[in-house]
Design a protein around this ligand. Structure first.
Ligand SMILES: Nc1nc(=O)c2c([nH]1)NC[C@@H]1CN(c3ccc(C(=O)N[C@@H](CCC(=O)O)C(=O)O)cc3)C=[N+]21
Ligand SMILES: [Mg+2]
Length: 295
């Protein structure tokens, strides 16, 4: 069994992005001095998990030499005020920005996401980007799904004609990864079965036992057990669950699954850092688009 080292792959991607940015800036593209890419992170209220994810994002910006600014708002901000701020950010110098989720209960997240300029939507959550992604057009891709594709690609894990079972159908992970792997991309052309926690357990097991690749994103520790996979499967664990002990675990029964799978992502150190790599790649791509840099 081989661990898919998202931390190491992410580090390599960040280094490569920095070098590519340096390269474009050295060329003084279009005859003017390009400034480095920049992103803003909108943070509403104080959520301990969000604070830690945002720290991981800013550290990645430092590694890729991308400028960033954290923009904080009081948890009592109204949806109307927040949308006004989003409209300002759409017109700002930032190449991209994200609105860290979850938002306070009184703000409906889609009402905010829909206001983000698709050109600056480095999370890839805007309906225009989601639609383009689904149609197989160039777009900002949902960062976690993008990161997972990059991880599979890095380890030369084939997806072409492979049977993939995705467990979880969230708009930010399960749904987009199911669509992307079904598309006719560099990484794709898979036969995808989309399941979720409501799929009857026997039916789910019947499917997942046949899968070459299982992607689990349900947010329940120990959900995927060894009896649910075939010998030699590739298992991508998207879960990040903090146990009462403080320990961070994924959605797999790690000890059991690791004895049967050929490849497995650890938690931490797997999909989490790859999500951040996806975000940095999207920022780099938004910057290139804005400056008309064509690869
Ligand atoms: N607008 C928005 N975009 C997001 O991309 C977004 C979000 N909101 N809200 C929350 C989720 C979660 N997320 C993670 C990013 C990195 C790690 C990560 O790097 N995790 C480390 C461990 C971190 C730790 O120790 O807590 C790891 O798995 O190795 C995890 C989770 C991005 N999210
Ligand atoms: Mg098969």
């Amino acid at each position: 069994m081989k661990l898919l080292d998202g931390r190491a792959v992410s580090k390599e991607i960040l280094k490569k992005v920095k070098e590519d940015i340096d390269h474009h800036i050295d060329k003084k593209h279009l005859g003017y001095n390009l400034s480095r890419p920049s992103m803003a992170i909108v943070l509403v209220g104080h959520n301990a998990a969000s604070e830690s994810y945002v720290r991981a994002k800013t550290k990645a910006c430092e590694k890729a030499d991308i400028n960033y600014k954290i923009i904080r708002f009081d948890e009592n901000i109204s949806a109307f005020e927040l949308i006004s701020e989003i409209k300002l950010l759409n017109k700002s110098h930032f190449d991209g920005f994200i609105v860290q989720l979850p938002l306070p209960d009184h703000i409906e997240p889609n009402s905010i996401i829909n206001e983000i300029s698709a050109y600056k939507d480095i999370d890839g959550f805007h309906p225009l980007n989601f639609g383009k992604m689904a149609l197989g057009q160039k777009s900002m891709r949902p960062a976690t799904a993008y990161g997972i594709l990059k991880l599979l690609q890095y380890y030369n894990i084939p997806t072409n004609s492979q049977h993939v079972v995705v467990i979880g159908r969230s708009n930010i992970v399960g749904k987009p990864i199911s669509i992307m792997l079904g598309n006719d991309f560099e990484v794709g052309r898979s036969t995808v079965t989309s399941c979720d926690i409501h799929t009857p357990k026997e039916l789910l097991k019947e499917e997942s036992q046949k899968a070459d690749i299982v992607i689990v994103a349900v947010g329940q520790p120990g959900f995927l057990t060894a009896d649910m996979i075939k010998e030699g499967a590739v298992v991508i664990d998207v879960g990040i669950n903090r146990l009462e002990s403080g320990k961070l675990v994924g959605d797999c029964d790690f000890d059991g699954v690791s004895k049967k799978a050929d490849y497995l992502t650890p938690v931490p150190g797997g999909v989490g850092p790859m999500t951040i790599a996806g975000l940095i790649l999207n920022t780099y791509e938004a910057w290139k688009m804005k400056n008309l840099i064509d690869e």
